[in-house]
Design a protein around this ligand. Sequence first.
Ligand SMILES: Nc1ncnc2c1ncn2[C@@H]1O[C@H](COP(=O)(O)OP(=O)(O)O)[C@@H](O)[C@H]1O
Ligand SMILES: [Mg+2]
Length: 361
Amino acid sequence: MNIGLTYNLLKDDLLPDEEPPSCRDEYDSPKTVLAIEKAIKAMGHSVYFIEADDKAYFALYRLKDTLDFVFNFAEGVPGESRESQIPMMLEMLKIPYTACGPLAAAVTLDKAVAKKVLIASGIPTPPYQVMNTHEDVLDPSLFFPLIVKPNGEGSSMGVDADSVCKDEVSLRRKVKQLIDKYKEPVLVEKFLSGREFTIPLIGNGNDLRVLPILEIAFDKFPKMEFYIDCYEAKSVWCEENDLEEAINVNDTLEPDLKRRLQKIAMDSFNALGLRDFGRIDMRMDEEGNIYVLEANPIPGLNPNPKHFSYFQVSASYSGMSYDQIIEAILKTAFKRYGLDETRSHKKIIKNEISAPLRRKV
Ligand SMILES: Nc1ncnc2c1ncn2[C@@H]1O[C@H](COP(=O)(O)OP(=O)(O)O)[C@@H](O)[C@H]1O
Ligand SMILES: [Mg+2]
């Protein structure tokens, strides 16, 4: 088959100066994109690189009679519903692709909207409020400590040691700081101090299965007043320490807890419209009740075991090599569309759009 690979590369000239530096965390390293390419080629397919920038539609349009399928790994061009951009183009061009559609991509990128869908589906998520300015009236049903995070970011961007606020003054200060920096509404949420789990899934419908559950090993983190899996912990600390120290792969979880986490993960995956693969983050309160924090419809797939890609760590723990992870995602998606992967359905045209990635970086 001819498989397009859509991605956004981490490049110095990609973002305007005023973008916060942590925003870069959402973009892909060339190593990740090349590792996905290698895995797709190992399945016997041809790969066409398509950078998901503002010229992506032209590239996809010109390749629409060539591509049988797209492995969508794109974040999109900075904007409110950036992760929907490529799925929407592919829908328009009738090119089948991996992972969720434009609606689920937009919903999960907006944490408050995702929470509304979860609540409507009977899935527990922490009580919250959206603040559009730091002067908004604080909901009296919310009690401190409260955590403050940008409503439309990922990779713990904008979440750091002072995101957990003990009083209204510090909360308003933090809300203002985040709105000034990210120019988007802020989510204020009940802070849950219990155990945290991230739950990767693969498949669809009756074939949906949960990969090994990871628990954030807060007991091994540097001492903090409130433990959060924040940007510092994810990036700085983990550069210096072994990744395995920051997470526990929980095959020794209490069976009842494991069952509950698995069920909530599958229910969330389905309620939010995720497809093929994904990851659900959850945390417990002090009484052990489980809540969904957020869903990641296209989780990171960094091939470097020293780096933080929870999905990849969990899948490798279940015995899959990197190539097998990519193959499993693609085969799940082919099955969803009822496609025969041994046959290319398109005739190959001159490949002038797909410049080799190596020349681009
Ligand atoms: N309500 C909450 N209670 C406790 N910790 C939270 C809460 N919300 C977020 N966190 C912490 O912040 C981290 C990042 O938040 P999350 O909602 O998963 O956003 P993202 O991963 O998209 O940046 C979580 O992994 C968790 O450690
Ligand atoms: Mg998260």
